[in-house]
Design a protein around this ligand. Structure first.
Ligand SMILES: NC(=O)c1ccc[n+]([C@@H]2O[C@H](COP(=O)([O-])OP(=O)(O)OC[C@H]3O[C@@H](n4cnc5c(N)ncnc54)[C@H](O)[C@@H]3O)[C@@H](O)[C@H]2O)c1
Ligand SMILES: [Zn+2]
Ligand SMILES: [Zn+2]
Length: 366
């Protein structure tokens, strides 16, 4: 697949091509292009079509670009985070109307199946994580969102889109898979391994529960410094292999809650080695390789280990906290690009350590 030009077309040509749009299209491992694609239309009565005003790139999109996510096939428009204006709705959609500004959850949920009735939207029988995975996603001028009534959220016309787009995925992920599953309580010692956007989202939301200490572990000194500014009390650079000994010494025997926010065997190993008796290990990372579970050391430690795909059930609560100013996810935005520069944005986000990048915002606002 070749990279298409982004030179602006003459107005007349654009009018003639009103049924097309520009989008970031996956072309197989290592290949992507900003190219013309058919504009999405309503297919099911529960659908909405949204004109994207803000989107962003996720660490999971980088996994896809490496070819690690086989459900994503060449020709797919990527992206599962976004905000936009409703352009059209299907016959069954009554709570959203054309012209409404909405936040798009990375999880599409029918609200009716057995998984949805348990609030486990990530495992919806006809949804879950499908946007930018098995159906076309949000790194485009327009997107079709299934199950619109139970997957979109109203925003005010003057909403802070750069901050709120963090609620499509990373804030609910850090909170639900890390903080809620880890059962953070007042006075706890919390260790978060991985200071990427997800680990930092767990850091921001763990503070709802007043832990006594939050240790942040990473190999990137810049990200650790950001963690300090966002509330981490101790920074551990794990590059020299002494992280476990340091943490056991600082915590006098381990952390009450350990959050894994990387997704490789080395970091899972750190996590299982720093659990206090009674500790909770909440895994967030997407793992592509098996890990070694040291039950011979853990069997008598009264610990629990949890895994979770984000459900985004916490979005309404997080929206209230952002709107009240108590939660400021805009702090995670380091770079801004016009949506049409998404190719450059991927290069920047893909070189996060060198570019000092956390979240890159793609904006398509007039
Ligand atoms: N469970 C879910 O629903 C869910 C949802 C979204 C993302 N994720 C996953 O969460 C993980 C984190 O996402 P992200 O966007 O923050 O990723 P990221 O790649 O931006 O951040 C990972 C961080 O881990 C650090 N790191 C790498 N190797 C390390 C090591 N050996 N020791 C210490 N630190 C190390 C990196 O320096 C980086 O700062 C990814 O695996 C992602 O796929 C899971
Ligand atoms: Zn994501
Ligand atoms: Zn469902």
């Amino acid at each position: 697949m070749s990279q298409t030009t982004t030179v602006a077309e003459p107005i007349a040509a654009r009018d003639a091509a009103a049924d097309t749009m520009m989008a970031l299209v996956y072309g197989g491992a290592g290949k992507r292009a900003w190219q013309s694609m058919p504009r999405p239309l309503i297919r099911e009565p529960g659908d909405a079509v949204i004109r994207i005003t803000t989107s962003t790139i996720c660490g999971t999109d980088l996994h896809i670009m490496k070819g690690d996510v086989p459900t994503v096939t060449p020709g797919r428009i990527l992206g599962h985070e976004g905000i936009g204006i409703i352009e059209a709705v299907g016959a069954q959609v009554s709570t959203f109307a054309v012209g409404d500004k909405v936040l798009i959850s990375c999880i599409s949920a029918c609200g009716r199946c057995d998984a949805c009735r348990k609030a486990m939207y990530s495992h919806c029988r006809s949804g879950g994580w499908i946007l930018g995975n098995t159906i076309d996603g949000t790194q485009a001028e327009y997107v079709r969102t299934p199950h619109a009534e139970t997957s979109l959220y109203h925003l005010s016309a003057d909403a802070d889109e750069d901050a709120l787009v963090m609620l499509s995925d990373i804030l609910p992920t850090g909170f639900e898979c890390g903080v809620l599953n880890g059962k953070v309580e007042p006075g706890d010692t919390v260790a978060i391994v991985g200071a990427g956007p997800i680990g930092l989202a767990a850091l921001l939301t763990a503070q709802f529960y007043s832990p006594a200490a939050i240790l942040m572990v990473d190999v990137d000194a810049n990200r650790l410094e950001v963690a300090r500014q966002l509330g981490a009390t101790t920074l551990i650079n794990s590059a020299d292999g002494t992280a476990v000994d340091q943490i056991l010494a600082i915590t006098n025997g381990g952390a009450d809650v350990v959050i894994e926010a990387v997704g490789v065997p080395a970091t899972f190993d750190i996590c299982q080695s720093i659990l206090a008796p009674g500790g909770r290990l909440a895994n967030i990372g997407v793992h592509g390789k098996p890990v070694e579970l040291h039950l011979e050391k853990l069997w008598d430690r009264n610990v629990s280990i949890t895994t979770r795909l984000v459900d985004t059930a916490a979005i309404p609560m997080l929206l209230k906290l952002v709107q009240s100013g108590k939660l400021k996810p805009g702090q995670l935005v380091t770079h801004r690009f016009p949506l049409s520069d998404v190719m450059k944005a991927y290069d920047t986000f893909g070189n996060a350590a060198k570019e000092r990048a956390l979240k890159v915002v793609l904006s398509n606002r007039e």
